[in-house]
Design a protein around this ligand. Sequence first.
Ligand SMILES: [Zn+2]
Ligand SMILES: [Zn+2]
Length: 331
Amino acid sequence: MPEFRQNMVSKEWVIIATERAKRPDQFLQKKEEKGPLPPLREDCPFCPGNESKTPPSLYSIERNGTWSLRVVPNKFAALQSHLTTQRKHEGRFLKADGFGIAEVVIETPYHNRTIATMDMEEVRHTVRAYKERYLALADTGKVDLITIFRNYGERAGTSLEHPHSQIIATPIVPPHVRNPLYQSQLACDTFGDCIYCGMMEEERRQQVRIVEETPFFLVLCPFASRSPFETRIYPKTHRSSFASVSDQELMEFAQVLQRTLKRLYIGLNDPDYNYIIRSAPIEDSDVKYHHWYLVIVPKLTTPAGFEIGTGIYINTPLPEQCAEFLRGISV
Ligand SMILES: [Zn+2]
Ligand SMILES: [Zn+2]
């Protein structure tokens, strides 16, 4: 029996179409054999030796006398940092200069690694860089929203093989981000507390969608997952902004992030994915109603006419099955 499920924050619906159900292991990726990647590629702008092909580092971490991580401005960014943030009205139309700050986090000097296969120190450096750059960008006073994300693989929108993530700071909080904030604020007015904290309490009671629980984090496949194996990492301590994570949480976050990506890497044969850190806009960085989290969306299906037309996503495997499958993978 197909079932509608509603995302308790955004109020968006999904259809869990169990008739069409595939078992979780049917999502195993059949990657065409390209052979293993080399640890270093001479034509890669992010590999050691090619530092002159990127702008100078904004932030870096050294290890054994050489760089282990670099953050550089994104040369190919859609937005530029020298423009104004002013809105301009043209009759009924609204526009603004394409102001924004875009940075690339080059996570390791090794061309052939990814978060799932890096050494733990590299993953720690990566999440440390996320926080440091978040704080620095928030400090510019020019931006309202900072989005940290990682596109992995061609289906996720990147052709650059070298391990990297991106940070984009914009002077705009778009409806896609604002609407769930409105909803969570209304829920907070009604129930008096954070809807995400309440959701986690329910997930811990039901247990069926939990992949892993650690002292500081809860990893789960959401009740209303929009696509197969959508997985989220929620901090158990209420904080609306990623910028306010403690050092202790950040170190555990690195471990939990790697283990979760390893489960996908092993269980589904290295699927392409996007992950995004959803943090409150700067002005809402200390509110009761938003709770930061990281969402991983493996690229296993393609939204089609129904999804684009209705905004209702059809998802086939039960999130409960996906969570069980991921729990069963030893990492
Ligand atoms: Zn490279
Ligand atoms: Zn909360």
